[in-house]
Ligand binder design. Sequence first.
Ligand code: PEP
Ligand code: MG
Length: 898
Amino acid sequence: MKYVYLFGNGVADGTAEMKNILGGKGANLAEMNLLGIPVPAGFTITTDVCTYYYDNNQVFPQTLEQEIINALKNTEQFMGSQFGNPKNPLLVSVRSGARQSMPGMMETVLNVGLTSKTIPGLIEKTGNARFVYDAYRRLIMMYADVVMEKATGAEPKDGQSIRSKLEKVIDRYKEEKHYTNDVDLSAEDWKFLSEKFQEEINERLGCAFPDDPMEQLWGGIKAVFQSWNGDRAISYRKIENIPDEWGTAVNVQAMVFGNMGDNSATGVAFTRNPATGENKFFGEWLVNAQGEDVVAGLRTPNPLNEDTKTEDTKNLPSLESSMPKIYTELTDIRKKLETHYADMQDIEFTIQEDKLWMLQTRVGKRNGSAAIKMAVEMENEGMIDKKTALMRVKPDQLDELLHPMLDHVAEENAVLLGRGLPAGPGGATGRIVFTADDAESWHNNGEKVILIREETSPEDVHGMHASQAILTARGGMTSHAALVARGWGKCCIVGCSDLNIDIEGETVEIGDHKLLKGDWVTMNGSRGNIYEGQLNLIPANPDTHPEYKTLMKWADEVRILKIRTNAESTKDALQAIKFGAEGIGLCRTEHMFFDESRILAIRKMIFSNNEKDRREAVMELLPFQKDDFKSILSAMEGRPVTIRLLDPPLHEFMTLTDEQQNDLANHLGVDKNTVKNRINSLHELNPMLGHRGCRLGIAYPEITEMQATAILEASAELTTNNANVFPEIMIPLVGSATEYIDQENIVRSVAKKIQAKYNIKLDYLVGTMIELPRACLTADEIARHAEFFSFGTNDLTQTTFGFSRDDIGSFLPDYLDRNILPEDPFQSLDINGVGKLVSLAVKLGRGINSNIKIGICGEHGGDPKSIFFCKKNGLDYVSCSPFRVPIARLAAAHAELQ
Ligand code: PEP
Ligand code: MG
């Protein structure tokens, strides 16, 4: 088996297609070589080696060593220098590169090959001793941190790591010498510090920093493979659903230096703006710096060109004006890469003494709004077709467009605490915390939090994920916080230099204001503003995004699955129509009963112990219900509206405070004890499996009668007034055909009376929820009578697993942690179990009635993965909450295209 793939000087063993074994970085380095783009030579050690390493007690395959020696020879030839050669030494970088990019989650070692023997040669070659000793101390720091500490599994506490110890050595030295900046340090200073570092390492880690280039190289390679199973890589893989068995590749590549003087530089860029989607070359660069300086956010980077300067960056030098020839070369490469990959690229480059080198290209992460704009514009430019454009936007990315923004008025009157760079758009409000762990645990306790950090590092991802928004004191638009937040579409502000964080005291000063942990702040991530307190957020309005409209139009052209919404208020129904809903898939009527004016009537009904009283009480509700249905049916303008008959256990209406019990007793003219006794008699040990669903209508037929009357009279009156209506009456929690028939008979006889009374023929359906395993198993019997099925996958999941949907929170985290369940089955349909019952019910139902209308109205109706399943199983529609309607529309189009 071949374990090592070469690239350099316009040739390469691999191609962009080989991401699975070369990782994204390695595959693209190969491809850039083949495109004739200048890339420092090197080689990629495949992901197979990573898998082998972990399968074989962390031992490498036998043939690897020789392959690496050969590959190194090739690299030496291409670069005209030799690894370990005292006169003309080659230095290399050792970097990770998984199939899917995992920014900053794994380790890197740079400047490998600098030793006491090669240092003089490099000084002679470059004539720049300061540069060489600076490179040497960077190597020692990185190597000690990554290879000698992290790779051994050591987990020192905050401030105790070897890296922070070495940083302290520098700080102390600078203080002694009264230096303020790193640039003040001379060659002698760095040389002295390199020696100090080695002493510190010997003392702290009990072993010496290796002075042999091959030992350094192997140490680096091993540490990178080891970092695949580091804590932060594992937690990132969990969040992003990246399989553990993929493994990482390792790229060993000749070093080029952006810190060799004022004709050297380094930068990162995007071929289009990743925050807005605009077709403008966008990036950041620093003169006389190494790549890590840009990404780490320790120096404020400069804008790439004049066109993308902002109020904050207008006085900084752009690469375009500082190095015009190189900028032109870079724009040619931008064009070449974007045309070749037909997608926005995220690139890294280094300029070493006026020569441009490309270090990386990959598909750039972008937020939802930018993804849509780019996809539609690239289709318009003829770069991609409609299908590709649709597939470029993940359904969940639309969520960002649907995210709240800060209320303008509230914002104008708010106290501005400070400003930073607008790295992630949208508004967010939350209580401030200063550590990722606090963010996670507060979030788990139901708090909305905003994580404030000096700068974030990959160790913080779990807390960043749990936060509403992220705020950092340092860093630019391509800093870690900005990249990660953008990938998730989270509100984020970086580089807020007004922040003065006291981690230990758990306080922060922003300008003149001092805030404590737990204080509320609000952020406008689109403007970079931070405000005091909890401000009002207003829902997003995607209609103002022209490319969104185009994309959704394309999605609607492609999809076959219909999208409905779950709504019980006219306001929600109208919002859902705006989002493109084609009907209501679930109107839960019980929500209409909780209004003050109605709840007494329903309590009276529950109280009645004879049919006459009960009927009287129930009929008090009729005018209210009729008005509700009239309003919602007319708002839906003839679109189908599935109205479910009363479903919850009655005791849900009877949780009363002492005062309410008194009121009820007075109202009914009974004493309080009678009320108490009745409440006690309603108590059920297992209400979810108790007197609820169609069991209510069976015990108290007048409830079904009243609701059917309300629905059908509302329909009749609207029809008489020339409005279009299409009600679908749905019977809940049916487990057998006989239950269904009992309830259907009531509805049909009401319909008969109403049609006679109004002298019209009503267009309506009667059908059932399928939300019990027995309903699935006997779906053929039910389908002989029902005109539609709607899968209530919330209850179906509950009853199939036997997991209480209200109590799963107590054990789900353990199930997820230990991989007993891959995900929350109440969020994404359990295809292997619950899904099998759904498939069976569809098959049985359609076997009897090929035209039976089938949909889903459980929460899964808004989950893209579950939507694919619904499409595959021939459902006619999915129904979800109004804000998920656009997501469902796009997911339904994806389901058609895949
Ligand atoms: C269901 O059970 O999936 C459903 C939609 O009904 P509810 O959530 O109201 O029980
Ligand atoms: Mg249900």
